[in-house]
Write a protein that binds this ligand. Structure first.
Ligand code: GDP
Length: 338
């Protein structure tokens, strides 16, 4: 705490006030690429983690990952679901990871037409996805952003991702429950379903179960049910299941929340909830080390000097890739060995 600057301290002290401006400022600090900002951000997050541990509030929150193909109705669902939660007196934060926006320069949640009602709800906080920085950078900061939102009093954190499967960083590593939102589909469309995504789902929600789509939605539920039966369960304490809802008519939205609560209760009781979170933190630490070391290595002047000639020799076949790689690594470690 002593190492945190007075300006940043002020933000932390005001974090729990109604005004989410302080939260936004702190998130910006976390997302900043400036070294001094990152140092402050690290200190703040560590302080907040300690504080929630001391207050015994660290497992009060629920981190929900929501993913699904474009057009499944994710933003419509999050709007309806978020409103349902705030009506139950929960405070809801919505974050987004959009791997595609890094390339296209667009932003999922930045689009103002999305989640209009939730955005103005005093008990909700909708954070547009950051378009700056690398994919790794965005996902790296998301984990810390979740801690900030929780410290600001948001007890439900929704993390939306698009384009799962393409991203090497899995949101499964920072959330408590992974929800796959899918539209009603016929047999052929279901064939194309990515197996990997289904395997990571704790709950599958078939959206758009309304009007003319209702029979198709029912069919989709039973198809997913049978598909789930064929795969190995992700956890021995929880069987993934499939339910349907309509984000337009709001039918079944309460059911989705009840099912999620059932999941949380079950996982808390058997200890897997806490275990998963501690494992996530450990894994994340290791990933950050990997990331940092690799960046430092490529940026190292000695490495940069040696690299072009070694690359040429590898291409020409004068030296094996494995020997060249060891030379590079030794070059990087050269003046660091003592
Ligand atoms: P996203 O790309 O997954 O975020 O999908 P959107 O939320 O933008 O929704 C895509 C389209 O599906 C929009 O035209 C929505 O109005 C429509 N949609 C979303 N939820 C429902 C629903 O529950 N029922 C019906 N009939 N349409 C829906």
């Amino acid at each position: 705490w002593n190492k945190i600057s007075d300006n940043t301290k002020k933000l932390v002290e005001n974090l729990q006030t109604e005004n989410t401006l302080y939260l936004s400022r702190l998130i910006t600090l976390i997302e900043s690429t400036r070294d001094d900002h990152q140092e402050q951000a690290r200190m703040v997050v560590s302080y907040l983690l300690q504080r929630s541990k001391e207050n015994n509030t660290q497992y009060k929150s629920f981190r929900i990952g929501i993913s699904g193909p474009p057009g499944a109705g994710k933003s419509t669902f999050i709007e309806a679901f978020g409103k349902h939660l705030t009506s139950l007196n929960h405070k809801v934060a919505v974050l987004a990871i959009d791997p595609s926006s890094v390339r296209s320069g667009g932003s999922v949640l930045g689009d103002k037409t999305r989640m209009v009602e939730l955005s103005v709800d005093p008990n909700a906080y909708v954070r547009p996805s950051s378009t700056r920085g690398s994919l790794g950078g965005i996902c790296k900061s998301t984990s810390d952003t979740i801690v900030l939102c929780e410290s600001a009093g948001f007890d439900v954190v929704l993390v939306e991702t698009v384009g799962v499967g393409q991203s090497e960083v899995s949101i499964d590593e920072m959330i408590d429950i992974f929800v796959l939102l899918v539209p009603p589909a016929n047999g052929d469309e279901l064939q194309g379903l990515k197996k990997g995504i289904m395997e990571s789902a704790d709950l599958i929600v078939v959206n758009k179960a309304d009007g003319e789509l209702l029979p198709k939605a029912r069919f989709t539920v039973s198809e997913y049910m049978s598909a789930l039966k064929l795969q190995r369960p992700k956890s021995e304490n929880w069987k993934a299941t499939v339910i349907s809802c309509s984000s337009l008519s709001k039918e079944g939205i309460d059911n989705v929340w009840n099912m999620m609560m059932k999941y949380k209760d079950t996982m808390l009781k058997c200890g897997e909830f806490k275990y998963k979170r501690s494992l996530q933190k450990e894994t994340f630490m290791k990933k950050l080390i990997d990331d940092e070391i690799v960046q430092k290595l490529w940026a190292d002047p000695n490495v940069q000097r040696l690299l072009p000639s070694l690359e040429a020799q590898v291409r020409e076949g004068n030296i094996s890739p494995s020997l060249a790689s060891i030379n590079i690594i030794n070059e990087f470690l050269k003046d660091k060995k003592d």
